[in-house]
Design a binder for this molecule. Structure first.
Ligand SMILES: [Zn+2]
Length: 421
């Protein structure tokens, strides 16, 4: 399993440091449903321990479990906290990376102005850093992924939501309140629908995986998607042959999505005389973005139209990013971008048709390289980032030493360290 978790350190040539000489760090990826911790050296995971947040993700219950998970990860990597240069935490915003406080993340109920950095500092007594997860992802790709050697890039992650991390002149763009880079909430359709963030017609509300699924389920609910519904039903009937089970539609009550009911004439063996029987045989199906993608690949027009619409919205978003930041690179990550050409060709076409020539010709739009571990690598990268030479001073405890200071101290600590492969 460890090999699976280990990311190949493919090209270090562009880096200004030797990957093998980087100190050990701990990364924490704080998600709404899962929290992952790892011991890393650069982008290489030496161990990983995950825990599910469960039904009660209150800070009082979760934080001690994260401490335990970190200790387990240290043990699995054959090291101790004394050998660790710092702990980086990537968390959903809004948060203040300068003070290390998490405000009220929508997917983490019970969290309200939690001073996470101070709590971790009191427990571990080593430097602690906190950063928005999309910013951490951008930093990870900048230091260890597709953006190595590129100091002006925008990382766009498209999955259940759409997040962004902007690196300008090698630094994370934070803004005055730490919320810069929220490119998922740029307006694409100013006559559009209200996004939960308060704005109207946000990129996220049009093109995220959640939105692709919502549009499909709404269309089917409105009676416009019999073909898609039949496709979803066939998938379920042959579920054992579906290569990616996460693409399967789900059955049963799901308050997060519009409920779908097969009309009686669509179900087999309908017994019109028995209301009780009908009640029991009703199927509530919810398609997800992967279901829609598979249906689009199979040529189902509704699915193709939904993906095309999302793709063009992403294209418009890319144009706005190109105009706003003049980046050398835009790095696309997240599950939705796995749709590949079906998504990227319409998006690239919009960019070619609409973006201004000079910034358009300066930008490369590429796929992210770090995959599912991007959050952990980004969290760990916060320690290396804080120690890079330069005028900036990150706010983490003990962050005023220079890069060489961290390295020297870490070397001293590594006496007796046995590499666990
Ligand atoms: Zn929004």
């Amino acid at each position: 399993m460890q090999n699976k978790d280990t990311l190949a350190d493919t090209t270090t040539s562009k880096q200004s440091f030797n990957h093998n000489q980087l100190p050990l760090v701990v990364g924490v990826d704080l998600g709404g449903t899962q929290i992952r911790t790892a011991v890393l050296r650069g982008s290489t995971l030496l161990s990983r321990v995950s825990l599910m947040t469960g039904k009660n993700p209150s800070p009082g219950r979760i934080i001690p479990r994260v401490y335990t998970a970190i200790q387990e990860a240290l043990g699995k990597a054959g090291t101790t906290i004394e050998q660790i240069a710092g702990i980086g935490i990537a968390a959903p915003g809004p948060l203040d990376s300068k003070t290390g406080v998490i405000f009220t993340p929508p997917n983490m109920p019970g969290w309200d102005h939690v001073p996470l950095r101070d709590l971790f500092t009191e427990h571990f007594h080593i430097p602690i850093f906190l950063e928005n997860d999309a910013n951490a992802g951008g930093l990870a790709e900048h230091m260890f992924g597709a953006g190595r050697g590129c100091n002006n890039l925008v990382y766009l992650t498209i999955s259940t939501g759409i997040g962004g991390g902007v690196i300008i002149d090698g630094k994370i763009l934070e803004g005055v309140s730490g919320t810069a880079g929220e490119v998922g909430h740029m307006t694409i359709d100013w006559h559009g629908e209200r996004c939960p963030c308060g704005n109207i017609g946000c990129l996220e509300y049009i093109a995220s995986g959640t939105s692709i699924a919502r549009k499909a389920n709404e269309a089917i609910h409105a009676g416009e998607g019999i073909e898609l519904l039949t496709f979803a039903r066939t998938m379920l009937q042959h579920s054992t042959t579906v290569p990616n089970p996460s693409a399967l539609p789900t059955q049963g009550h799901d308050p997060a999505t519009v409920e779908l009911r097969f009309p009686p004439e669509e179900t087999d063996d309908t017994s019109l005389g028995s209301e009780t029987g009908d009640e029991q045989q009703e199927e509530h199906l919810h398609v997800n973005a992967r279901t829609v993608a598979l249906a689009a690949e199979s040529g189902i027009p509704l699915a193709r139209a939904i993906i095309q619409n999302a793709a063009e919205a992403i294209g418009v978003g890319l144009v706005n990013i190109i105009h706003g930041f003049n980046p050398e690179m835009i790095i696309l990550g997240g599950g939705v971008t796995q749709m590949g050409r079906m998504l990227m060709e319409p998006a690239q076409r919009v960019v070619q048709e609409r973006a201004m020539k000079v910034p358009r010709e300066a930008v490369r739009i590429v796929q992210a390289q770090l995959g599912d571990n991007v959050g952990l690598v980004g969290a760990g990268a916060l320690i290396y980032y804080s120690a890079r030479p330069g005028p900036k001073s990150r706010a983490g405890t003990g962050s005023h030493h220079g890069w060489t200071g961290v390295r020297r101290r870490s070397h001293a600590r590594q006496t007796g360290y046995a590499h666990p492969t």
